[in-house]
Design a protein around this ligand. Structure first.
Ligand SMILES: C[S@@+](CC[C@H](N)C(=O)[O-])C[C@H]1O[C@@H](n2cnc3c(N)ncnc32)[C@H](O)[C@@H]1O
Length: 953
């Protein structure tokens, strides 16, 4: 049985790889075109089978010859001019730096690809857990803490930036050490551990280079620039380095205290319930101070959690040298400000500008947190593109979520929507664009109230005035200061909307928020919760079998998930790790949590809301949950009493939370709401534009106006062949509700949009469909038999002929246009697929080299390209030699186009190639001291010594 399961996992991996390769192969023909294929070209390729000797037939074999039952190349194939055929785009290499805007990297976000990737990750994780000696798997988990520790040192010492400068050939550890000030031997060991887990690359003994993973942690700044102003390291970056810093510093330390908080503490029963008694408070010795307040500089001196402070606990709060005295010892030449208190996080205190804000020793952490939240963009469907710019996470969940997440068209004209804890009103602006545009006569005329704390309301009003003042001026939208723990003043809302609010709060607090809304609800009012929905790790029948955990879940529309191929874990195991990381992060920082559907249903029911419907985007765990008012249950803990809504003024005062410590610590609530430094909890700070609503990413449609039952659906992609039903559904998806405009509606011609798009993933997703035989080879026969996706046979011909393809390239630039149609034109210089920056000049009729040699050359050249200045991108039109299936391919690519797409990245990289000053040893740090203190503190606690000592003292 186990062998059978392992073989099944193996074939899941193989089939998923085939699937990825197929999309990449097809993508080669689509991704570099100036626009989507013309209807005529697509139509002709899909309807008329080519003759065996025709060029398109040959190219079709090249496209689909590898795992998709295409016939082997005919002898005539060899006579075909390969150099004009589209090359298959290769999957990104682990050994090369991450190129976010490259076609290769962009295709990883294609729905078919990401679904296949999920299966591979899940299957590999499961396979390795099955075959690896159990003790070694335990070691991986039990000693895995070294990984974030090493990653932290790597990031904090700006090593990604140092390695970037060295390029693919890497840098000897002695030189790295010289640049970042860490002892070379220590550093080599740290880096090697990271290499072993594929986060860095050891090129040759003690020589290290960035790879696809580590290069993501590169801020894009030069090491010199960072050293000039280290406290600004994260400013203006994509936030990934900041995110790594946040996670591997305060979050990792907090997580280490999970057991102390929830088990070993004498008040463990309380610790999971209060935002200020979370594992974080143990790690940093600051009871009564919530995470955000602490970031703002409160509680740094440490208040005891459940007794006296543990030895070293206060020192743990800081990253490194704690006092100016300690700092001076390390660096006598530097003038330190007296602001270096205990608990300071400011590893960059060496900078002169620190003294300008001496009041918050956690300022660096605070600012890092803000930027880190933008780094979390990469969590969700990365690569979705709007107007040439990737949009991620919060924005993508916003853009793809709220419009489909609820049946807005079922609401009466002029309904009032209240966004509770609405931040700066990003969601409401999206709805306003869709349903309330003043000039749109079909508009549903909804009105919006955005409630939040004063500081956020001020930000929101300012943002709306700058972007769309008419909504405020016409009274379509209003901002109101409101504390959601106090009685809700709006009594006629059609919808109360809570987006990523409940996950911030322990359950009693979340319940209090919901009770306040229930109190103000009419019988018609709907509650719409938008939050992550954690999947179970086992098969879920969603209440079909009655049990106490399934109360209220039966009959909820949209709960069913697509089955995952056996024997994978139903939640796709490792592939779904992020939602669980997120959950634990909310727990250890302020006892918030992500919730399972059962937990959401139960929480809602406990406050008088019945969940009726769930909508999730395919492949996403982010859900929109609709609930309607129901009776408020009698509190189990307070027999004879129906919870009085007016008791819910504060969680600590509600009958449901009689044990709440709020009365004893009246400042807790105040503290937990004082999140001034991070006013929006790191959520959206950008408002969506009307264009974004119109051209929604990924799903391929957008709304224009709001004709009640027939929203005008604007297709993102005009490709006519998408009329056919699409790919098989993602195994992660929960079906989108019928209210979502159907795929069929997508088949409208694309109106002239003011927005210049590059071929987007939504576009690509509609271009690719699985070949017909795939259903029979699919690892998910149960999916196909239960819910057979009507597949459209792929034409054996190329979607676009080489000729039409060339003219597409030509249309990209005037220069290219002049040369279009001539494959042997001297300006068609070859470029290699994997490294667009390298240039070689084979003539068009060069005899293809042998596969082995070419492959070798490719790898070699690829690294050279990144080192040699003369190999920098030019504006030429170039082609590249490559090998697929032993056949050399040449593909004409206009480099100017690639450059335009990647301008940001490369411009940035070009700036970074300057000298590292070897005399600057970087910030002084002493991570080992902190690590020892952690252990020192943990050991006596584990042994129960602390309690005894505490009681005897
Ligand atoms: C994670 S953000 C979500 C913002 C917004 N819903 C969105 O989706 O972007 C949580 C919001 O809750 C707000 N908040 C926190 N405590 C609050 C309170 N007691 N009353 C009202 N809003 C509060 C924060 O200011 C923040 O804007």
């Amino acid at each position: 049985m186990t062998f059978q399961a392992l073989k099944r996992l193996h074939s899941i991996i193989g089939e998923a790889l085939d699937e990825i390769e197929r999309v990449y192969t097809v993508g080669s023909s689509a991704i570099d075109m100036s626009g989507p294929p013309t209807p005529a070209s697509l139509q002709s390729t899909s309807t008329s089978p080519p003759s065996p000797s025709s060029p398109s037939c040959s190219s079709a074999r090249l496209f689909f010859g590898n795992g998709y039952a295409s016939p082997p190349p005919s002898p005539s194939a060899s006579s075909f001019p390969f150099h004009v055929l589209p090359d298959p785009i290769d999957f990104p290499s682990l050994d090369s730096p991450h190129e976010p805007n490259s076609p290769s990297e962009s295709l990883t976000a294609h729905p078919e690809v990401s679904s296949a990737i999920n299966k591979i990750v899940a299957a590999c994780g499961q396979m390795s857990a099955t075959v690896q000696p159990p003790f070694l798997s335990i070691c991986d988990a039990a000693m895995g803490y070294h990984l974030p520790s090493c990653l932290r040192l790597f990031e904090a010492t700006h090593t990604p930036e140092i390695l970037k400068k060295a390029g693919p050939e890497g840098l000897h550890v002695k030189e790295i050490a010289q640049a970042n000030g860490v002892d070379a031997t220590k550093l080599a060991h740290v880096l090697r551990l990271l290499c072993t887990h594929h986060y860095v690359r050891e090129v040759s003994p003690n020589v290290f280079a960035n790879n696809r993973l580590s290069s993501m942690i590169d801020t894009g700044k030069s090491i010199e620039k960072i050293k000039e102003c280290p406290e600004k390291k994260y400013e203006g970056t994509n936030g990934i380095a900041a995110f790594v810093g946040l996670c591997t510093d305060e979050l990792q330390k907090s997580s280490a205290y999970l057991t102390e908080a929830y088990f070993l503490s004498p008040k463990a029963h309380l610790n999971g319930k209060e935002p200020t008694r979370a594992p974080f408070n143990y790690a940093f010795g600051c009871e009564g101070t919530d995470f955000f307040a602490w970031l703002e500089g409160h509680g740094i001196q440490g208040q005891h959690v459940n007794g006296r402070a543990r030895s070293g606990s206060i020192k743990l709060a800081g990253i490194l040298p704690q006092t100016s005295h300690e700092l001076k010892k390390l660096d006598p030449g530097h003038q330190y400000t007296p602001s270096h208190k205990k608990g300071s996080s400011d590893i960059f205190h060496k900078s002169q500008s620190v003294s300008s804000q001496p009041e918050n020793p956690n300022r660096f952490r605070l600012e890092r947190f803000g930027v880190a939240m933008t780094g979390t963009d990469s969590w969700e469907v990365p690569g979705a593109v709007f107007n040439g710019t990737p949009i991620f996470f919060w924005r993508i969940t916003l853009l793809i979520g709220v419009l489909e997440g609820f049946d807005w068209h079922a609401l009466p004209q002029g309904s009032l929507i209240v966004d509770v804890g609405g931040g700066i009103g990003s969601s409401m602006m999206l709805l306003a664009h869709a349903f309330s545009r003043p000039q749109d006569e079909d508009a549903l005329g909804f009105k919006y109230i955005i409630q939040d704390r004063q500081v956020v309301v001020d930000m929101g009003e300012k943002a709306w005035r700058a972007k769309c003042p008419e909504y405020l001026e016409l009274g379509i939208a209003q901002f109101k200061v409101h504390d959601f723990f106090t009685p809700q003043p709006i009594k006629n809302a059609a919808v109360f909307f809570l987006r990523v609010v409940l996950h911030d709060w322990p359950t009693d607090y979340a319940r209090a928020v919901l009770l306040r809304l229930r109190e103000a609800a009419t019988p018609e009012t709907k509650l719409l919760i938008a939050d992550f929905v954690i999947p179970l790790a086992c098969r879920d029948d969603f209440g079909a079998t009655a049990n106490e955990d399934s109360d209220g879940i039966e009959g909820v529309e949209g709960v069913e998930t697509q089955p995952v191929p056996s024997p994978l874990l139903p939640n796709l195991g490792k592939a779904s790790a992020n939602v669980y990381w997120m959950d634990l992060t909310m727990q250890v920082t302020f006892n918030g949590q992500e919730r399972t559907l059962r937990e959401i249903v139960a929480l809602a029911l406990s406050a008088g809301w019945k969940v009726t419907r769930v909508v999730k985007a395919p492949g996403s765990h982010f859900g929109h949950i609709t609930a309607t008012p129901t009776h408020i249950p009698v509190d189990k803990g307070a027999a004879n009493s129906t919870p009085s809504l007016s008791d819910a003024t504060k969680p600590g005062q509600s009958k449901a939370t009689t044990n709440n410590s709020l009365d004893r610590h009246p400042h807790i609530l105040e503290r937990s709401m004082s999140r001034c430094g991070t006013p929006t909890f790191g959520s959206n700070r950008l408002l969506p534009s009307f264009e974004e609503v119109k051209v929604k990413p990924r799903f391929g449609f957008g709304y224009k106006g709001s004709d009640r039952r027939n929203p005008k659906v604007i297709p993102l992609n005009p490709a006519p062949h998408i009329a056919a039903p699409r790919k098989r559904p993602s195994p992660l998806s929960i079906p989108i509700s019928p209210s979502v405009p159907s795929r069929a509606k997508i088949n409208l011609p694309l109106p002239q949009s003011p927005i210049k798009r590059r071929p987007s993933h939504a576009h690509l997703s509609q271009l690719y469909r699985p070949p017909p035989h795939q259903s029979s080879t699919s690892p998910t026969p149960n999916i196909n038999t239960r819910n057979p996706p009507p597949l459209v046979p792929l034409s054996p011909r190329l979607p676009v002929s080489p000729l039409s393809r060339r003219s597409s390239f030509a249309s990209l630039s005037g220069a290219a246009a002049a040369q279009a149609g001539n494959a042997t034109n001297p300006s068609m210089i070859p470029v290699r697929q994997l490294s667009e920056s390298s240039i070689s000049v084979p003539s068009a009729n060069t005899t293809p080299p042998s596969p082995t040699i070419t492959r070798h050359k490719l790898i070699h050249r690829q690294s050279l390209a990144q080192l040699t200045p003369t190999r920098k991108r030019s504006e030429s039109v170039v082609t590249q030699p490559s090998v697929a299936e032993g056949r050399p391919l040449m593909r004409p690519v206009h480099l100017g186009d690639i450059m335009a797409k990647e301008a940001g990245t490369y411009a940035r990289r070009a700036l970074d190639f300057s000298e590292i000053r070897s005399d600057d040893t970087g910030p002084s740090q002493d991570p080992i001291a902190a690590g020892c203190s952690l252990l020192d503190a943990a050991v006596p606690i584990e042994k129960g010594i602390l309690n005894r000592r505490g009681s005897s003292e």
